[in-house]
Design a protein around this ligand. Sequence first.
Ligand code: ADP
Ligand code: ZN
Ligand code: ZN
Length: 648
Amino acid sequence: MAYYDILLPVPAGGVYTYISHTPLSRGQRVRVPLASRILTGVVLNEAKELKDGVKYREIAETFEDSTLFTDQFLKLIDAMADYYVNPPGLTLSGTISKSVVESEPCPVPVKKLAAAENLRLNPDQQAVYESIAADHGKFSVHLIHGVTGSGKTEIYIELAKDAIAAGQKVIYLVPEISLTPQMVERISNRLGFEVPSYHSRHTPKKRKEVFWSFAKGEAPVLIGARSALFVPAENIGLIIVDEEHEQSYKQEEAPSYQLRDMAVLYGSILGTTVVLGSATPSLETMHNARAGKYRLHRLLTRHAACMPAMQTVDMKSCDPIDHIISERLYDELSATVQRGEQAILLINRKGYSHTLYCEKCGKTIHCPNCSVALTWYKSRNVTKCHYCASEYRTPHCTHCGSTLTRDYGAGTERVAEVLEQLLGIPVLKLDTDNVTSQSKLSKMLDDFRDGKFKVLVGTQLVAKGLHFPNVTLSAVLNLDNMFSLPDFRAHERAFQLLVQLSGRSGRCEKEGKVIIQTYSPEMEIFDMAMNRPDDFYEFEMQRREAFGYPPVGKLCRLVFSHSREETVHETAQEVKRALASMPSALKVMGPTQAPVYKIRNKYRYSILLKSPDAALLKRAIHLAVTSFNKLGKTAVIMKVDRDPYFFM
Ligand code: ADP
Ligand code: ZN
Ligand code: ZN
């Protein structure tokens, strides 16, 4: 008989001790009783200390094929829990789904594909490839900073081939798995087998198959967003993080974490190569590269294509059609369509209009449950709240009760409608609202590629990694609203969006053009995006240094929420008081009402912790967590968001 520590997916806790009559090994799956439930957990180790007077319970069941979790995977969970100051149980449950952990192994064979396409790297690619390959077999992080279309993907593929040939597994992370069917296909063709992708839109059965095929089966590569990093497998030899700057790598729901950072952390635990790639690296990553923590590789030219010409249109000095489209852009659009080529237009808004107003009292129409303006969808004749997802047939003013409303400004729906009238052709609309399923999205992208539509209008989704040979014009209708967000990364994001969007245009032999409509063309960021992208890092770092923002300073955001405003505020105050004992190198800002101060009828207050010293910040987070727990206000939620990206 022996005692073992078992890790359980219990959000508030995690590690519990049980009795076993048979010897167990680390990483084995077991089923154990907790209160009145039976839970599936993972054996960590033999219990180091036992508490007097505790009556330990017995393990209920061990799985037949029970080894799943590797030592390194468990170290990753442990390191994540430690860094983000979360219970290990929350970290486990947030990274790997219960149904998968409990499932029987069901790997499927790898499907071989006909003759793998071969392609020779050009000299620039070859140099980068060789330099990364030379580091194989030890922990190293590489940043490939290469302009859009410079052939980063081809380098990943060559590195993956080497790892596979050495009998190793490869994790290939992409930010937006829904946009990747064409990419998965391309990589599969190159590698000569069907690469499984891990995907939240897959059926549960398919997800399990993919999970087990990589974890225990013969699949040597797994492509996916987030959860793909958390499929435990032996012998992982390479982790690729494509478009490392992408915001969607940040998981917002608890346990919040930054996937790119976790990939690097995992790489250090595995002792393996991690490759980050981007045309617009995040400031954090550039900072690490400059500091010598990551090795920087540049690709300065597109493979067999040139960079598109970019220009701004000053919206103040023209009279845009329907307040949406400048004459300049309209002319370019018509010419593009007439040449039989295609265009991608970006507007930063979903729905039909920007805002709904009350005709009687002039106030903005808000969601009754959230302090957020509603968005009108003309096509379905509903208004929708983007925070709680409630829909209303007849929205009414929360101030005066009137149902007479008027709308203002344009979203994707309206732009598409205006363009259809102007150009007399159907326009394809792409945003997270109409992309409801993977098959629907694939069909839309196929239709666009096949030329059934000449014009694609969408939200930021359209700036991300799409590759259409016939697109020669891309345009931003308006992103000025980004600059007024309470978010220190607003400029970085706008810059990335502009450069990425330019990457969608003129990908092949045909010359591309990019038009940016703005009310403030004098802003330096436009000139940088158009003419001197390499200056952006220094420019933005000056601002970050001045304010102590990341990557110079480190942040943690604490968000308190509860249905009674007073309770939230008091709780946040108490936590702030507890933090008063910290040294002055830790700045405590707030508590203040969050910019969106009510979501789903829960009031929200936030505290921002800032320090140049990561260790000090961590001590402060620990202090905040202990003092919050001591308050015993179990109905109040305190979200700990270290390295936050979301400030609303
Ligand atoms: P990135 O990932 O940097 O955006 P890609 O790898 O997608 O760039 O390459 C852009 C285009 O150039 C793709 O169509 C790709 O097939 C092509 N390409 C890249 N490298 C080569 C090469 N060495 N030989 C032929 N075509 C290439
Ligand atoms: Zn709402
Ligand atoms: Zn009103």
